[in-house]
Design a protein around this ligand. Structure first.
Ligand code: COA
Length: 329
C-alpha cells in the first residue's frame, strides 16, 4: 500500500471585533506605546468582551468559516483537535463543545494543552491520523481567550496577549504534498517561569487563591524569552539539517507570535531574511493557540503548491518544536 500524504487544505480565522490598543493600556497600567512597540512589536490586540462568549465560540466561528469556504458539511468531519490553554471548562473538552456548536455529529474530539506549542503538536497529531488512513477530514483548532487569564494590573504580561481562534483542515493529498517531517520536545524545567498557579489539582480554587490572583497567567519573561529563541532556532535548525535544506529552499517560516524580538532573533540565527518570515503580531499580540493559523490565513494567497513551509512554536512547559510541510494549494 502506498503512503498517504496528509496535507493542509484550508485555513480560516476568527478575530473578535473589540480592539485593545497600546494607548488603551496606557490608561490601565504604567506603560506606554513606545515601550510596548519597541520591546514586543505589538500595536494592538483583539479582546472577546462579551462575557457570555468563550473559547469554544471563537473556535466554532473559525470552523464554520472554514467549512463554508471549503464547501464541506460539518457531518464530514471525522476528528477535531482543539489546542487551548483557556478551555471553556476543565471538562468537557473544548473540542467537543465546538463539534456540538457546528453540528459535527460524526466526529470525535479532544483538546491538547501544550501552551503556545499546542497548535503545532495538534497539527502533527492530526496529520498522523490522516496518514494512518483511518480519517479523511481532520480539523485542528487553535483557540484562546487569553483575556480570561490575564491580569490587567500586571504591565509585564497584560500588554502581550490577545484573543482569537484559527482552524486548519487536514486531508489526504494525492499529489505528494503535505507534512514531510516534525521535531518536537518538552522540558518541565520551564514550568517555573510560565504557568497558572491556581485552579488545578495542585492549588484548587479557594477564596485565598483568588485573593492572591493565582488564576492569572504568571510569567517570568526573561528566561522565557531566552528559551524561546534557543528552542525555536534549535527546532527549525534540526528539521532543516535532517532534510538537507537551506534557507533558500524554504518559502516561509511561520513562527509562533510571542514577541517580534524573539522572531527576529530566531530568523537571524538561522539566516532567514524577514521577508520569508510570517509576522502579524503587531495586530493581534500573542493569541497562544491561534497565532500560526492566523498567519497562514493571512498569507494563504501568497502560498502555492509545493512551497516548503516550516511552522515553529515555543510555549509554557517548556514545549517547542517545528514541522516541515509541502504546501498543497
Ligand atoms: C515580557 C517581555 C516583553 C519583557 O521584556 P524585557 O525586555 O525582558 O523587559 P524586562 O522584564 O527586562 O523589563 C525591563 C524594564 O521594563 C519594565 N517593564 C516591564 N513591562 C513594562 C511595560 N509594559 N511598560 C513599561 N515598562 C515595563 C520592567 O519593570 C523593567 O523595569 P526595571 O528595569 O526598572 O526593573 C519579554 O521578557 C518577553 O517577551 N518574554 C517572553 C514572552 C514570551 O515569549 N511569552 C510566551 C512564550 S510562548
Amino acid at each position: 500500500m502506498s503512503r498517504i500524504n496528509a496535507a493542509i487544505t484550508g485555513v480560516h480565522g476568527f478575530i473578535p471585533k473589540d480592539v485593545l490598543t497600546n494607548k488603551d493600556l496606557e490608561a490601565m497600567v504604567d506603560t506606554n506605546d513606545e515601550w510596548i512597540k519597541a520591546r514586543t512589536g505589538i500595536e494592538e490586540r483583539h479582546i472577546l468582551r462579551d462575557p457570555n462568549l468563550a473559547t469554544s465560540d471563537m473556535g466554532a466561528a473559525a470552523v464554520e468559516g472554514l467549512l463554508k469556504k471549503k464547501g464541506i458539511s460539518a457531518l464530514d468531519i471525522d476528528l477535531l483537535i482543539c489546542a487551548t490553554v483557556t478551555p471553556d471548562y476543565f471538562f468537557p473538552d473544548t473540542g467537543t463543545l465546538i463539534c456540538h456548536k457546528v453540528g459535527a455529529k460524526n466526529a470525535f474530539a479532544y483538546d491538547i494543552t501544550a501552551a503556545c506549542s499546542g497548535l503545532l503538536f495538534a497539527l502533527t497529531t492530526g496529520a498522523k491520523m490522516v496518514e494512518s488512513g483511518s480519517y479523511k477530514n481532520v480539523i485542528v483548532v487553535g483557540a484562546d481567550k487569553m483575556s480570561s487569564i490575564t491580569d490587567y494590573t500586571d504591565r509585564a504580561t497584560c500588554i502581550l496577549f490577545g484573543d482569537a481562534a484559527g482552524a486548519i483542515l487536514i486531508q489526504p493529498n494525492d499529489k505528494g504534498n503535505g507534512i514531510i517531517d516534525s521535531w518536537m520536545r518538552v522540558d518541565g524545567v520551564g514550568a517555573e517561569y510560565l504557568h497558572m498557579k491556581g485552579g488545578g489539582s495542585k492549588n484548587p480554587p479557594t477564596h485565598e487563591t483568588v485573593d492572591k490572583k493565582m488564576h492569572y497567567l504568571f510569567q517570568d519573561g526573561k528566561p522565557v524569552f531566552k528559551a524561546a529563541v534557543k528552542g525555536m532556532a534549535e527546532a527549525v535548525g534540526e528539521i532543516m539539517k535532517r532534510n538537507n535544506l537551506g534557507p533558500d529552499d524554504i518559502a516561509y517560516v511561520v513562527p509562533h507570535q510571542a514577541n517580534l524580538r524573539i522572531i527576529q532573533a530566531v530568523a537571524d540565527m538561522l539566516k532567514f531574511p524577514m521577508e520569508k518570515v510570517m509576522v502579524n503580531i503587531q495586530k493581534y499580540g500573542n493569541t497562544t493557540g491561534a497565532t500560526i493559523p492566523l498567519c497562514l490565513w493571512e498569507w494563504e494567497d501568497k502560498l502555492k503548491p509545493g512551497d516548503k513551509v516550516i511552522l515553529t512554536a515555543f510555549g509554557g512547559g517548556y514545549t517547542w518544536g517545528a514541522s516541515l510541510w509541502n504546501w498543497a494549494y
